[in-house]
Every structure is written in structure tokens, then in C-alpha cells.
Write a protein that binds this ligand. Structure first.
Ligand SMILES: *Cc1c(COP(=O)(O)O)cnc(C)c1O
Length: 353
């Protein structure tokens, strides 16, 4: 607290990301980062641009990147919004599209940034409980709303909703904006991008932090109808007209152009996820079916917080949420083969002790 803070700032409760420990030899399986690193072509593209031209402002509309993304998803560039991480896309969407007189709806268990953004922008919201098996039942969203948002696959559960369900939700809810936060869609499930041209109220948000391993570069994008994108551009140009620098733009374009590296690393993570799931089940864990690069698991007789602490002592950091309904669960990011093996052997030793 400080006497210099406004009343507004004093009452904010900011988002707390997974910690970034400074200790070495830690297996960081707590923030859903990609273990494999960005495409070598993205690294090269950035190195080529680390020169005197950085004295210039970046291209104002990042048109080349928008065109690259548009081509990738069979859209036009006026349907693409790019920003400084998808958290910033979400912030502008909350402020410009989801702040309405009726409440915004999202699941009780989902990305914990959503209530933070509601508080920041003064948005009324209702949290809709996931079903007992931690899935989203879209019938629960057929009620008065000023907008709907959910991650698909959901975080931290990893469960994915099919396209038919999303389409049904859009059909019964044509008058408010539906945001599908697809941070993990490249690890499983079908993207709702395919529904954009039929539904002008659909905004699909992607990040390059997870499947494209560029979390440190802060690149996210939104895709939707021209009118939704124009709304986001109005906010952006009233806030920070240059959210992406030259290096970010170049890295993003190069990453999209390196399809092979992208597919190989995603496949490796998906295979590891399925193997880790089986091994954890053999150790007595219940693992929710995951379409993401993490799994959400609870052990039949050992408490999650105790397990998280024991893992930490062995240099393995996983995420535990002290929240109702999910405090028995650990959220574990899929690492590289070596980290996954270390996780499994350490858990086995802890449980045997
Ligand atoms: C990681 C994550 C984001 C944020 O991604 P950035 O582009 O790094 O800001 C958004 N939504 C969900 C559900 C996430 O897990």
C-alpha cells in the first residue's frame, strides 16, 4: 500500500503467474511453457534484425504478420488482430467487447486471469460451475449474458469441447460475443476458427507462447469477424499503437513458415503426454483426459499440496491451486523426455516412502 496509489489501484488483486525460479537444475513444469524452444528459423530471423534499423518504429499494423496468419487459417487480414501476448488480446476483448450491462459468463474453474480482468475493467461476471467430471456443459450457458468466454481446451483441466457444442452455443447466443481462448488447441481438439465466417460474434484467441514456444517474445492474436477486429483495433490504437516490435513480428512470421518444426514438436509433446498419463495412472493417479500440453491429476490417497512440496524439494516445480473443488489436483506441464522421466521416478519414490 502507498499513499500515492489511487483508490482503484489499492483495491486491485493482480494475477499471479507460475513462479520463475532462479535456481539451476530445476524442472519447471508449472507454467505450461514448451520444453523444446522456438523454431531455429525464428531465432535466425530475430538475429538478422538485431541491427540499426531498430531505431525506427515497427510497422504500425503488422500487416505482414496479419497476412501470414490469415493465410494459415484461410481468413483475410482484416479478420486478424495481433498483440503483445494473448493476455493483451484478452484485455482488449474484455474492455471493448465483453464489458456490457449484463454479466459475462465463464466457468468456475478456468483461466484465473479472467476475474482479474473483470475487476480491472469493472465487468460484472457469473462463474458457471463445471460439471462433476470437470467438463463444460454448454446448456448451462444458455442464459442472459453480456458475453461468454472459456479456454478450449480448458485450463487447468485440459478437457476439450467439440466443435458441435461450440457451434450450438453460438447458434443460441447470436447477440453477444463468444470468446474461445485456444491457448492449447494445437495439442488437441478442433479449432473454432472454422466457425468464424458463419458467426460474426465469435472471437478466437491464440498465443505463440505455448505450441510455438515463444513465451518470452509475447505474441498473441485474435481472429474473428471484421467488425470484432475493428473494435479491438480501436482499443489498441487508444492504448498502445505498437504492441509488437520488429523482432516479435519477424519471429512470429518465421515460426508460421516453419511448419515442420512446429508439427514435430507438438507431436512429441502429445506423445509424451499420453505416456505420462499412463504412467501416472499406474502410480494411482486419476488423470483428467487432456488435450493440452499439461495434465491435471489427483492421487487417490496423497494430498496434492504435500506432493507439490515434496516434488519441489527434489527440484521439480508443478502448479497447485488452493481453490475449492481443485485443491486435490496438481497441474503438471509436459516437459522433455528427460524431465518427464525425472518427474515419474521422483513421484514413484515419494509415494513409496
Ligand atoms: C498461457 C495462457 C494465455 C496467455 O498467453 P500469453 O500469450 O503468453 O499472454 C492465455 N490463455 C490461457 C488459457 C493460457 O493458458
Amino acid at each position: 500500500m502507498s499513499k500515492y496509489w489511487s483508490d482503484f489501484v489499492s483495491q486491485l488483486e493482480p494475477y499471479v503467474p507460475g513462479e520463475q525460479p532462479k535456481i539451476s537444475n530445476v524442472a519447471k513444469l508449472n507454467a505450461n511453457e514448451n520444453p523444446y524452444g522456438p523454431s531455429p528459423q525464428a531465432l535466425e530471423a530475430m538475429q538478422l534484425l538485431a541491427n540499426d534499423d531498430l531505431r525506427l518504429y515497427p510497422p504500425m499494423n503488422a500487416d505482414d504478420l496479419k497476412q501470414t496468419i490469415a493465410n494459415h487459417y484461410s481468413l483475410v487480414k482484416e479478420q486478424i488482430f495481433v498483440s503483445n501476448g494473448s493476455d493483451e488480446v484478452l484485455a482488449h476483448a474484455f474492455n471493448g467487447l465483453l464489458k456490457q450491462s449484463k454479466p459475462l459468463l465463464f466457468p468456475d474453474i478456468s483461466y484465473s486471469f479472467y476475474p482479474v480482468l473483470c475487476q480491472l475493467y469493472g465487468i460484472e461476471y457469473e462463474q458457471i460451475p463445471l460439471t462433476d467430471d470437470f467438463s463444460i456443459n454448454i446448456e448451462d450457458y444458455q442464459r442472459t449474458n453480456g458475453g461468454i468466454i472459456f479456454p478450449n481446451p480448458n485450463a487447468p483441466t485440459g478437457r476439450v469441447l467439440g466443435l458441435e457444442a461450440i457451434e450450438q452455443l453460438l447458434r443460441v447466443n447470436p447477440d453477444t460475443v463468444v470468446v474461445v481462448d485456444e491457448a492449447y488447441i494445437d495439442f488437441g481438439g478442433q479449432s473454432a476458427v472454422a466457425l468464424i465466417n458463419q458467426h460474426s460474434n465469435l472471437l478466437v484467441v491464440h498465443t505463440m507462447s505455448k505450441s510455438r514456444s515463444l513465451a518470452g517474445m509475447r505474441i498473441g492474436y485474435g481472429m474473428g469477424s471484421v467488425e470484432l477486429i475493428e473494435g479491438l483495433e480501436r482499443i489498441k490504437n487508444s492504448f498502445n499503437p505498437f504492441p509488437l516490435g520488429q523482432l516479435q513480428i519477424a519471429a512470429a512470421i518465421a515460426s508460421f513458415n516453419d511448419t515442420e518444426y512446429f508439427q514435430q514438436t507438438c507431436e512429441r509433446i502429445i506423445n509424451s503426454r499420453d505416456q505420462v498419463t499412463e504412467r501416472l495412472q499406474a502410480l494411482g493417479f486419476e488423470v483428467l483426459p487432456s488435450a493440452a500440453n499439461f495434465i491435471f491429476a489427483r492421487h487417490k490417497d496423497t494430498h496434492a499440496e504435500a506432493l507439490a512440496l515434496a516434488l519441489r524439494e527434489q527440484g521439480l516445480i508443478v502448479r497447485h491451486f488452493k481453490r475449492p473443488r481443485i485443491d486435490q489436483f496438481l497441474r503438471i506441464t509436459i516437459g522433455n523426455e528427460q524431465q518427464n522421466a525425472r518427474l515419474l521416478s521422483t513421484l514413484q519414490a515419494i509415494l513409496a516412502a
